[in-house]
Design a protein around this ligand. Sequence first.
Ligand SMILES: [Zn+2]
Length: 431
Amino acid sequence: MTAVPETSYPRTARLAAALALVSLFTFAAAAPGQESTTLPPWTPGTLDIHHIATGQGNSTFFVLPDGTTMLVDAGAPTLPGQAPIADPRPDGSRSTGEWIARYVRRMAPAGREPEIDYALLTHFDRDHMGAVSDRSPWSAGEAYRLAGITDVAERVPIRAVLDRGWPDYAYPAVIDNPSVANYRRFLEVRERSDGLRVERFVAGRSDQIRLLRDPAAYPAFEVRNLFVNGDVWTGDGDAVTRIVPPLETVPREDWPTENHSSLAFLLRYGGFSYYTGGDLQGVPPDGYPDWADQETPIARAIGEPVDVVVIGHHGSIEPANAFFLATLRPRVSIVPAWSKTHPAPVVLKRLLNERIYPEARDIFILEFRDETKAAIGGRAERVASDHGHVVVRVAPGGGSYQVFVLDNRTESGAVLGTHGPYGSGRQEREE
Ligand SMILES: [Zn+2]
């Protein structure tokens, strides 16, 4: 495959990486014994990936090396008046979209008004995009209602949206529910009023998500689109193959679900790599067709280890098959769990299984509920963190990274744990 050469970034970037590592050590050394420490602000050249633990679904905020910002998903599954299906974090006093927006505003690059350059929806389930009812609050112009992604957009400007459905929202069949209809009204209104750009995410491409502010300074940065709507990158140029047969040959009850149609991408920065893929799966239930496993063709296309892997479908029953894990060999796995069925005992068992791959690994779980731990037993103690925002901070140049776990019970931003530094490309650091 066409990996970005690890040596392609200039000497100055490597020097900056070394200096950044020194400052990270200084910070890590200062942490023990202090009451609480907060994450030092983002600085140019650093890549920050914030897995925001709202207890209500997925949302991940990226600050790319040149300050370009990206939000992947803004889940908010609970309808107004409904009891939440899981505990909202920090608490239930604000909407999930508002908590996400407040997090983004705190962590966005300083010195300019916070904004989201790219917003991606991996798929159209409520724990990834939000859900509306006729009791949801209206936007300022009363053209659409606020929940999840539209709620975030009301509070932080969004410049461009990529999703799996634009413009017709008709794969595999017309997507017809109140939340998607509301989201489409939001897109139409904001395209007209604010010049919002909307594109369909296309598998195979590496030019849909780009650095927008200073790309020339970071040539070793790339986002490769891996999968969407049954199309998977082949690992060769921009080429894709289709794993789902023509729909007219497939019984309607076997058509791909929202989860099966999620978008996935691989982010590279120097030697560092990161995978995320919505609710894609790798262990089809008995009786399902082969293509209900999207992870195997994705792992074939990637074909080499990946430093940080976000486990699909919240770690619930079907993700993280053995071939996928044996190929990607994640040093860090992040499980975006929020419900009591996340992660499934069998998935945690696979993530820990050293017969699948023998190397060291750390597993971070955004919300590992007590009843879930009790059902799993002793294995539940072997995770690196069981609650909190999980922040992957990649040093300038991409040669190393750390993982910070931040308090999600308050907005203090207190650091609950610091892990690493890890050498990118599994170059272990024994500091
Ligand atoms: Zn989900």
